[in-house]
Design a protein around this ligand. Structure first.
Ligand code: MOS
Length: 763
């Protein structure tokens, strides 16, 4: 019987976090530290004409002002790219600061002022005067999409006669639409033409920014050719590789430490420009340097969810059976490199539908490069698809939940493979029951609470059950304590806790006898924390390392003549409370400390690398969920409140229900923010973000969050991995924006297809 796995556990690092003992990147105390402050540019495109830094250099405490004129070149040859759907190394074209006079986006770093104190650096940064040769820019994905063409296709539109407009159009015409990929199944064109019932609509998601509480920060310390850097990151190995190549030093010369991360959500999956910038300054000045982004600098200092335009057309029989799905996506990237959000990734697998056409196109804009942001691609793609399903339900006059059930995918529609497990039907059933869905009146504007309009909406959520290669080590000491380590990260989901639980479970120790460490390149290699794959990946490695220790102990025990475990197979032993015993007969055991002492060992260390099994390849592996939402809309002012949210998810085994519920509640909260509030506003005349702060970039506050209930349907799935764990951190958000938009339609009769659903759109 499991002692820890599956039980409610408080965070093992909780007390350290609330007492300030947990150190975040900027909090490490380093002597002789100098402080860097980033100067941001003020135009969207062009070149730097001149930089006058005389006044800044004369300011009190200033040590040096770095610009592209005095910054060494950083070698961009290597890279780290990890996305849910790809795990390949690609040429690193990511933006690096101060490498040339070229301006790629507004609020691009153009100088770094280093001074004796933070205040001196920040003050002097204002004294740096930069002038530019500007070029026409385009930051508006709508405009690019309207004019740009897919290379090899139709000729460009005639530029209009107005010269200013001609300049703008000229800029836009240089922006090709890159076809990332097209997914096709069956004969979508023909079947759409002949479908009995069709809906077609366009949906829009604005740029959105991760806004973790902890700002991105680094402290770099060089000792000769060796670099130690404290960094806020989701992947210490990625940062190490990035910095080693940037500075032309071997990877083992670079130590990256990131023991605590105050939220990241994808914004620290890539190294970003500041670690190299910080390390560059420290190397040049032969002195430790710290750089911390301001909240404003975070808006161009890491990526963002791209501006996404989606056209969805659905064709169905009168019975509700889908015949065709068309899901066309255009989203933006930068002018520096390509980034794909894989918006259509799950469209292929959600519903049983024989015909599909899903092209994804990417267009260049003069903005920073987007990146993965919680539930990347999935929450965007499912917003459009699940709203379109609701529209289809109304066109057919079929209950929206019923429509999902009619099109339930019993096997993976893309590959025909069976699912390793899929409890989505049970999620729908239980969610509907808890919510009281059958009391829903079908017609929009048919439910009220006094003067408020009441709307009930639902949607489906989906995410992958990803697993990546990962390694962990365990040192079991003769005193019955264990050190467990892996270079993963804990950006908040409770990785410290769950890894401690897994190790304690398989080592048969008490929780407090196990110490798990992460976030340091001195530990075995793990993937970046992202894609909701950490527990499946690193957890499997920790389990494997514990089992290896058991195997080692068994071999040692059985070298002894009278071993009670003689003839036992490694699979039939387990460790518990200091004993190695037979699972089939616990009265046959050895004392672990005795075996170690007789062999002269004070500790046993095992490193284990886990990989996804080949067995998985025979199955489709996904995590699912169903979301039911109640909104109340004030018809006079257009305000929307999400008064009730019930989310039922199925993501395999739930290791720690307490932390897992927190993950799913967080997903619902973010879904509410995405549906109703979040948008990065750009003034396209200047190509500049107008709300780079938490005053004007709105996220939910307590007053926006009412009743949320999260429920798990546990799946017994030993195919995904031995722990039976699927990803669940991102899953909780997927489906929520669509369910809210559908509820708003039900309340008001207004179909709002562009997020966020702000009051003005409902009046
Ligand atoms: Mo998550 S967007 O994979 O950090």
């Amino acid at each position: 019987m499991a002692r820890y796995i599956g039980k409610e556990m408080s965070r093992v690092d909780g007390i350290a976090k609330v007492t300030g003992k947990a150190k975040y990147a900027a909090e490490f105390q380093i002597s002789n530290l100098a402080y860097g402050f980033i100067v941001l540019g003020t135009v969207a495109k062009g070149t730097i004409k001149s930089i006058d830094m005389r006044e800044a250099e004369r300011a009190a405490g200033v040590i040096r002002v770095f610009t592209h004129l005095n910054t060494p070149k950083l070698d961009p040859k290597f890279s780290m790219v990890q996305a849910p759907s790809r795990a390949t190394d690609e040429q690193d074209k990511s933006f690096r600061a101060l490498q040339s006079d070229k301006i790629f986006f507004n609020m691009q770093p153009v100088a770094l002022v280093v001074a004796e104190t933070y205040e001196q650096a920040r003050y002097a940064a204002r004294l740096v005067k930069v002038s530019y040769n500007t070029e026409p820019h385009t930051t508006d994905t709508e405009a690019v999409r309207a004019i740009a063409r897919v290379p090899t296709q139709a000729p460009p539109l005639e530029p209009p006669g107005n010269p200013e407009e001609t300049m703008r159009t000229a800029a836009i015409e240089t922006q090709p639409l890159v076809v990332e990929h097209t997914l096709t199944r069956g004969n979508p064109e023909e079947t759409m033409r002949t479908a009995a019932v069709k809906v077609e609509a366009e949906y829009r998601i604005p740029i959105e920014h991760h806004n973790p509480i902890e700002p991105h920060a680094a402290i770099a310390v060089w000792q000769g050719e060796k670099l130690t850097i404290f960094d806020k990151t989701q992947g210490v190995y990625g940062v190490r590789a990035h910095l080693a190549s940037s500075f032309g030093v071997p990877e083992e010369n670079v130590s990256v430490l990131s023991p605590f991360v105050g939220g990241a959500f994808g914004s620290s999956l890539r190294p970003n420009y500041y670690p190299a910038l910080t390390a560059m300054a420290a190397r040049e000045l032969k002195r430790p340097v710290k750089v911390v982004y301001t909240r404003t600098q975070m808006f161009t200092g890491h990526g963002y969810r791209p501006y996404t335009i989606q056209k969805v057309a659905l064709g169905a029989e009168r019975s509700g059976k889908l015949s065709t799905m068309i899901h066309e996506v255009v989203h933006n990237t930068s002018n520096i490199e390509e980034f794909s959000d894989e918006t259509t990734l799950f469209t292929r697998q959600v519903y049983a539908c024989p015909n599909l056409y899903a092209p994804l196109k990417i267009t260049n804009t003069d903005l920073p490069t987007p990146t993965w942001m919680r539930a990347p691609g999935a929450v965007s793609g499912m917003f459009a698809l699940e709203c379109a399903m609701d529209e289809l339900a109304y066109a057919l006059k079929i209950d929206p939940l019923e429509l999902r059930l009619i099109n339930y995918a019993e096997v993976d529609p893309e590959s025909g493979k069976p699912f390793s497990s899929k409890a989505l039907r049970e999620c729908y059933r239980l969610g509907a029951e808890k919510f009281g869905w059958k009391k829903r009146q079908f017609e929009p504007r048919s439910m009220r609470d006094g003067r408020l309009l009441v709307g009930w909406g639902m949607a489906t959520g989906v995410w992958g059950a990803f697993q990546m290669p990962a390694a962990a080590l365990i040192t079991l000491r003769v005193d019955g304590t264990a050190q467990v380590a892996s270079a993963t990260s804990d950006i908040g989901p409770g990785t410290y806790t769950v890894m401690t639980m897994i190790a304690a479970e398989y080592l048969g120790l008490k929780l407090e006898q196990v110490k798990f460490e992460l976030g340091d390149t001195k530990f075995p290699r793990s993937p970046s924390q992202g894609g909701s794959w950490t527990t499946a990946s690193v957890g499997s490695a920790v389990r494997g390392a514990a089992l290896s220790i058991g195997t080692k102990l068994l071999a040692l025990a059985n070298q002894e003549p009278n071993s009670p475990l003689k003839g036992a197979a490694a699979a039939d032993v387990e460790m518990l409370d200091g004993r190695l015993r037979l699972k089939s007969d616990p009265s046959r055991f050895v004392n672990i400390s005795g075996v170690m002492k007789r062999n002269g060992l004070t500790a046993i260390t095992e490193t284990f690398e886990s990989r996804p099994s080949e067995e998985r390849e025979k199955y489709a592996t996904l995590a699912h969920g169903a979301q039911f939402i109640e909104v109340k809309v004030d018809p006079d002012v257009g305000t929307v409140h999400v008064t009730r949210a019930i989310e039922v998810t199925a993501s395999g085994k739930i290791m720690n229900p307490k932390a897992s519920h927190s993950q799913e509640i967080g997903g619902v909260v973010w879904g509410i923010g995405m549906a109703l509030q979040e948008a990065t506003e750009i003034d396209h005349r200047y190509g500049r973000i107008m709300n780079p702060n938490l005053q004007h970039y709105h996220v939910p506050v307590n007053a926006d969050i009412l009743e949320i209930e999260t429920i798990f349907i546990e799946e017994d799935d030993k195919i995904v991995n031995a722990l039976g764990v699927k990803g669940m951190g991102e899953l909780g958000m997927v489906g929520i924006p669509a369910a809210i938009a559908n509820a708003v339609f039900h309340a008001t009769g207004k179909r709002i297809r562009d997020l966020p659903i702000t009051p003005d759109k409902l009046l």
